[in-house]
Ligand binder design. Structure first.
Ligand code: 9MG
Length: 274
């Protein structure tokens, strides 16, 4: 995982492919078929250019219902094991639960993607013990309530302050600085205007000294702005990736890996022209 973050730190881009293993994803067939379908999807994203696969068993969408630990373990760990047996791609686990972080790292994950920025009791300790790479994301409120009435004095300043404080807590607890990336958390307790302002001011986040991960893929901000359904948000999602790239972001969490890689190759080629 470190080579990937170092690559990003030195200016290269990387795509994180999203692999949701909730019951509504890969829903046809029994347990084995679901596992196999998840594996095939991960391998396809690798082949399309993903450098890391982010595996999550609990939805973090607005209004999502929390999933008990046992169920999240059952959903996620077999997929990590199967992917490790079949590929050498880096794996990230999308969770806020320390027990799942621990089990996922033991099963082969090398990154923890936590929308709660390791604030759950024991989460930071697990990551320090294993010296695992982490993505610290900002959110306001919980998935159940976060979109009801988000409030900021200055959304960019508050997110910067929060992420720098969380990164410092990790470093003070013994995690090496080079293992940390940060994420403003598009759509997590943000209005459409907040999200657009964050995109516009992305450079401020990219100069804090940590790689910035951007997750805008198919998000409701595009539904609000353009009146598009989830399956109609590809163009806007990849355009937002291009804007974020131009402002310094190099790490992108996406559903549509092939299309995003095309856009990033174009951005990179333009950047390299003198
Ligand atoms: C799990 N998850 C959903 N959206 C996300 C985002 O924007 N960033 C990160 N790091 N994780 C996310």
């Amino acid at each position: 995982m470190l080579p990937l973050l170092n690559k990003i730190r030195s200016g290269h881009w990387a795509v994180m492919g999203i692999l949701n293993v909730t019951p509504d994803s890969f829903s046809d067939g029994g347990q084995f078929n679901r596992l196999d379908a998840a594996l095939q999807h991960a391998l396809q994203m690798q082949q399309q250019g993903a450098a890391i696969i982010d595996i999550g068993g609990e939805s973090t969408r607005p209004g999502a219902i929390p999933v008990p630990l046992d169920e999240e373990l059952d959903r996620v760990i077999p997929v990590i094991e199967r992917l490790c047996e079949n590929s050498d791609i880096a794996i990230s686990v999308d969770t806020s639960k320390p027990e799942l972080m621990q089990a996922a790292v033991e099963a082969g994950a090398s990154m923890v993607n936590d929308v709660n920025a390791l604030q759950a009791e024991g989460a930071l300790e697990v990551c320090v013990k294993h010296q695992v790479a982490v993505c610290l994301m900002h959110k306001q409120g919980s998935p159940q309530t976060m979109q009801s009435n988000p409030q900021y004095h200055n959304v960019v300043d508050e997110i910067k302050q929060y992420l720098v404080e969380r990164a410092k807590s990790c470093i003070d607890a013994g995690l090496s600085t080079e293992k940390i990336c940060i994420d403003p958390g598009f759509g997590f307790g943000k209005t459409l205007e907040n999200n657009l302002f964050l995109l516009k001011e992305m450079r401020q986040l990219c100069t804090l000294g940590y790689p910035v991960l951007v997750g805008v893929s198919r998000k409701s901000m595009f539904g609000q702005l353009l009146d598009r359904k989830v399956e109609e948000r590809l163009v806007a999602s990849t355009a937002a990736v291009a804007i974020a790239y131009q402002k310094g972001a190099r790490f992108f969490r996406v559903h549509d890996v092939a299309e995003t890689c095309d856009v990033l190759k174009l951005c990179e080629a333009v950047n390299l022209i003198v």
